[in-house]
Design a protein around this ligand. Structure first.
Ligand SMILES: Nc1nc2c(c(=O)[nH]1)N[C@@H](CN(C=O)c1ccc(C(=O)N[C@@H](CCC(=O)O)C(=O)O)cc1)CN2
Length: 279
């Protein structure tokens, strides 16, 4: 899997396709986007591994000159190597349950390397599914220790994706920077509406007719990272805030699962604080 972005200009597609074809590369899926606003070009090329005379490192070496010439931000990943995922949770279980079921049934083909929580309440269900569980309690007077312990564990695992599945702690700037573009959160509102705490109750007070969920990359700015996936569900005057929570959970589960899959399949490319999603 080759993904790239670069300053837009004539010839990028021809150069990339020519290099791949020149080595016998069989392109299975090709997507690209020319973004007028940013003046950048985005591409995703899925190449049949055994059509090439070299492995992923060989492709990286062959591609380097083209990437340099076009000032590309790029990466080559071997989809034959399962990506590593870590899930952070607190006490809310619905998004975790959904991810565990998709992983356990192999619908989500990923190495679930760890589930980390500041509570112990979800240990049983995680270990029943055969995933490792790490409880790292939070001392309100020393939250830095909690995040240091998370950082140390993530450093050992080196995950491709860290999912905040209703994890209720605000990550420090250093952790967001260290894993920029790899930490995914599910916020239970249709951002930018109702950022922060208790969004369903904010929505009730505002009298909206749609509520939703947003899957986004995590940055130091709370709930403000690039959006990966969103969806909404209708509510009406007869619904209570508790109804909003119940309807909202269904949307949260599906939006997070879609967002995680898009990330794991290298279908999401950063475009400033926006994303290009080759779905
Ligand atoms: N650096 C970031 N950290 C987190 C983000 C983010 O976008 N950037 N998203 C949140 C998730 N979240 C809303 O979706 C959220 C979670 C928690 C809080 C919050 O105020 N937490 C309190 C502690 C609450 C508790 O102990 O139960 C706090 O941190 O003081 C706001 C929004 C996840 N992290």
């Amino acid at each position: 899997m080759l993904t790239l972005s670069c300053p837009d200009r004539v010839g990028v597609i021809a150069e990339v396709a020519g290099l791949l074809a020149g080595h016998g590369g069989w392109i299975l899926e090709a997507s690209h986007h020319s973004d007028a606003e940013s003046g950048r070009f985005f591409m995703r090329q899925e190449v049949k591994a055994d059509s090439l005379p070299f492995d992923a490192d060989g492709l990286r070496q062959a591609f380097e000159p083209v990437a340099a010439r076009f000032e590309m931000d790029w990466q080559v990943t071997d989809t034959g190597v399962p990506k590593k995922m870590v899930v952070l949770v607190s006490k809310q279980e619905h998004c975790l349950y959904d991810l565990l079921a998709r992983w356990h049934s192999a619908e989500l083909e990923v190495d679930l390397a760890a589930v980390i929580s500041n509570h112990d309440v979800l240990r049983g269900v995680v270990e029943w599914h055969g995933a490792p569980y790490h409880q790292l309690p939070v001392d309100p007077d020393n939250k830095a220790q909690h995040f240091d312990e998370i950082g140390a564990l993530l450093g050992k695992i080196q995950p491709d994706c860290v999912v905040l599945a209703r994890y209720m702690q605000v990550l420090p700037e250093w952790l967001c920077r260290e894993y920029a573009g790899r930490i995914i959160n599910i916020h239970h509102s249709f951002l930018p509406s109702f950022a922060g705490a208790r969004p369903y109750h904010q929505a009730y007070e505002r009298g909206v007719k749609l509520i939703g969920a947003t899957c986004h990359y995590v940055t130091a700015d709370l709930d403000a990272g690039p959006i990966i996936e969103q969806d909404v569900v209708r509510i009406d005057h007869s619904d209570s805030p508790e109804d909003y929570v119940r309807y909202g959970k269904d949307v949260e589960r599906t939006v997070l699962a879609r967002g995680v899959r898009l990330h794991l399949e290298d279908r999401v490319l950063r475009n400033g604080n926006r994303t290009v999603v080759f779905d």
